[in-house]
Design a protein around this ligand. Structure first.
Ligand SMILES: Cc1cc2nc3c(=O)[nH]c(=O)nc-3n(C[C@H](O)[C@H](O)[C@H](O)COP(=O)(O)OP(=O)(O)OC[C@H]3O[C@@H](n4cnc5c(N)ncnc54)[C@H](O)[C@@H]3O)c2cc1C
Length: 383
């Protein structure tokens, strides 16, 4: 039997990859964080650099122009980028853990050749499941696809779609038969520019403001049958399975956010003086920082464990739900502590932690709210 390795011990290629993403995040993303938050936009030039770095096509095989690496590498990239900016983190996360992941798993050779090549060479992907009336109850969706010769015609609206403004490739879930319930749900690949498809309003958000969250509008949008991902009526399966994996990516985003907030807090408390000494010398502050370090380490173990189980082909459903709910709660607590430890400076935009505090909230909402994660965990432990 192979020796199981310690969860946080990185293989040489993982270490090199992590360090290169970290350096990129510090050099290229860090200087833009405040401006991106204020302008609610990730500049295309930065997205191009993410492609050049190789983090937009981590699991795409080299034959299609990707890095041919693992899901764990994707998790490392999302963690490192989110340490600096969780908005850029989620752009990379959706691309890899949802869109590319689904295409690798269910795409025909033709779809892989066409779409993965695009996604590896400059096209951003988006994952469109939610609608105004169907969030937690995702399979109550009403976007309708009607068969029409060698095409389907899609009509309906999607809401809350991450990367909506930047994406060229949209994975869209619609029903081909509303009477069949979830068994009518089918996954389609819709490309920007398909007639009848428009990207609508962009949301004005509390956090991850630079990440676009948009409405998608389909009015008799014609999609070739060759763009059905997997079998018609089996879209529910690809949605459930990709979201189970995507959840680990959100765990990584929240882990990175928490680690970033803790680093800011450590640095600041060593510099800020009150009562004649750095506030980090007060035992009360030391214990708060130590407790945060405990939480970040625990979150990292849950995220890495879920990701490594997934790469090992082992069941990981419960572990993914655990890592998502736990890391998002840790992100909220640690970023809140960081705001407290910065004092008045924690409350203003000249310092980085108020943004991380705002960014943390989304972790408990998207890709299954915390209540839904608890439901999954409860179902597993109660049998
Ligand atoms: C910034 C952002 C980005 C997003 N990106 C995407 C994306 O890229 N693609 C996409 O498809 N979607 C996306 N979403 C949608 C997101 O996944 C949903 O908002 C989320 O699933 C919750 O759905 P809802 O908003 O309809 O809330 P609801 O489902 O209405 O939930 C409201 C509250 O009720 C609780 N609740 C609901 N049902 C139950 C239950 N059975 N038991 C206990 N409590 C329950 C929830 O936990 C929550 O607290 C995004 C959302 C946001 C805000």
């Amino acid at each position: 039997m192979e020796h199981a390795q310690p969860l946080t011990l990185l293989a040489e290629d993982e270490l090199l990859f992590r360090d290169s993403v970290r350096e990129f995040a510090e050099r290229r993303i860090r200087p833009l964080v405040r401006e991106m938050d204020e302008q609610a936009k990730i500049p295309r030039s930065l997205i191009d650099q993410l492609f050049d770095l190789g983090v937009m096509a981590i699991e795409i095989p080299e034959t299609y122009g990707g890095a041919g690496a693992t899901f764990f590498h994707a998790v490392l990239a999302v963690e490192e980028i989110s340490r600096v900016d969780p908005s850029v983190g989620v752009l990379v996360d959706v691309q890899n853990t949802l869109v590319v992941n689904a295409l690798l798993r269910w795409g025909s050779d033709d779809i892989k050749r066409r779409c993965l090549t695009k996604l590896a060479s400059g096209s951003v992907g988006a994952y469109a499941l939610s609608e105004a009336g169907s969030g937690s109850d995702a399979f109550a969706l009403t976007t309708r696809a009607r068969e029409d010769g060698d095409h389907y015609a899609i009509t309906g609206r999607k809401l809350w779609i991450t990367n909506g403004n930047e994406a060229d490739v949209f994975l869209v879930f619609a029903t081909i038969n509303p009477e069949a319930g979830y068994r009518g749900i089918t996954a389609f690949i819709v490309e920007r520019g398909f007639p009848g498809f428009t990207v609508g309003k962009k949301e004005d958000k509390l956090g991850i403001r630079a990440s676009s969250t948009c409405e998608l509008i389909f009015e008799d949008c014609r999609v070739p049958k060759a763009n059905v991902l997997g079998e018609p009526g089996k879209g529910y399966k690809s949605a459930i399975e990709t979201l189970n994996e995507g959840r680990i990516g959100i765990g990584a985003q929240m882990l990175g956010l928490a680690a970033g907030a803790l680093e800011h807090a450590i640095k600041y408390t060593k510099e800020r003086k009150q009562f004649g000494k750095p506030i980090a010398e007060f035992q009360a502050v030391q214990h708060q920082l130590a407790r945060a370090a405990v939480e970040v380490e625990a979150a990292r173990l849950t995220v890495y464990n879920a990701a490594r189980l997934r790469d090992a082909g082992r069941p990981f459903l419960t572990e993914a739900a655990i890592c998502k709910i736990f890391s998002s709660e840790v992100a909220e607590r640690v970023s809140s502590l960081a705001v407290n430890l910065f004092g008045g400076n924690g409350f203003v935009k000249d310092y980085p932690v108020e943004k991380l505090f705002r960014d943390a909230k989304i972790g408990q909402i998207y890709e299954g709210t915390s209540n839904l994660q608890l439901q999954t965990i409860a179902k597993q432990i109660l049998g």
